[in-house]
Ligand binder design. Structure first.
Ligand SMILES: *[C@@H]1O[C@H](CO)[C@@H](O)[C@H](O)[C@H]1NC(C)=O
Ligand SMILES: *[C@@H]1O[C@H](CO)[C@@H](O)[C@H](O)[C@H]1NC(C)=O
Length: 207
């Protein structure tokens, strides 16, 4: 928990923007056999932090491959998002999708510009004891937070975005090491001391 507070202080200093509350109900749907041979997966996200919850459909594509992709420490992939009305779940059920799992992500986010349009989220995963009962959600893995850093890029600027994200990750190095899936990631061994010094300095330092 101290690590999370220290990370928040660090992110606050680096981004210079106030944190936003995150409370997202995420439903993962898979297509049934009647919708083609290869099953497809979509995520419906309901943003519960807004006064009026809003829905987004997210499709996550495969990651960039090849020698260039191997060399960079960041995963580049297509993510297609569309806003949807609040009957979107019924729509997907009607055309043959089934609920695979649902989760409530709770935490905070910082959105800012620093050589790229960054979104950094720190969330914990919560599960619902009953279908869609987000008010009764309980933490799945107490004490474990998911830290995600994303920034949009296009074919003609992804190298700039990759270097902006890579250098931003260096600033987090006193606390955690981030990488793409497959490479070791996590809290660094000396994070306790770094967290204590960040907390005692009040985090007023801007980098
Ligand atoms: C993954 O980890 C290995 C071993 O630590 C390292 O050599 C390699 O550069 C890393 N790859 C990326 C893309 O970070
Ligand atoms: C790269 O291009 C994408 C898509 O046009 C844009 O959203 C993003 O802000 C650009 N990033 C930079 C660093 O130029």
């Amino acid at each position: 928990m101290q690590h999370v507070e220290a990370l928040e202080v660090l992110l606050q200093g680096l981004s210079g923007v106030p944190k936003e509350r995150v409370r997202v109900h995420e439903l993962c749907l898979k297509s049934g056999p009647n919708l083609g041979v290869v099953s497809s997966e979509v995520r419906l996200l309901c943003d519960l932090a807004q006064p009026t919850p809003s829905w987004t459909i997210r499709h996550v594509g495969g990651s960039m491959r090849g020698a260039g992709a191997e060399q960079i420490s960041i995963l580049v992939r297509t993510i297609v998002e569309s806003k949807a009305s609040n009957n979107v779940l019924r729509y997907f059920y009607t055309i043959g999708y089934k609920l695979d799992h649902e989760i409530l992500k709770v935490g905070f986010a910082f959105r800012f510009q620093r050589g790229a349009q960054f979104t950094v989220t720190v969330t914990s995963a919560n599960k619902m004891p009953k279908l869609h009962a987000t008010d009764e959600a309980v933490q799945v893995t107490p004490g474990i937070q998911l830290v995600e850093i994303t920034a949009p890029c296009a074919a003609n600027n992804y190298t700039d975005v990759v270097s902006a994200v890579t250098s931003f990750c260096e600033f987090l190095a006193p606390l955690l090491h981030l990488s793409k899936p497959g490479n070791s990631t996590g809290i660094v061994p000396t994070a306790g001391a770094a967290a204590a010094s960040l907390m005692s300095s009040g985090g007023a330092k801007t980098m």
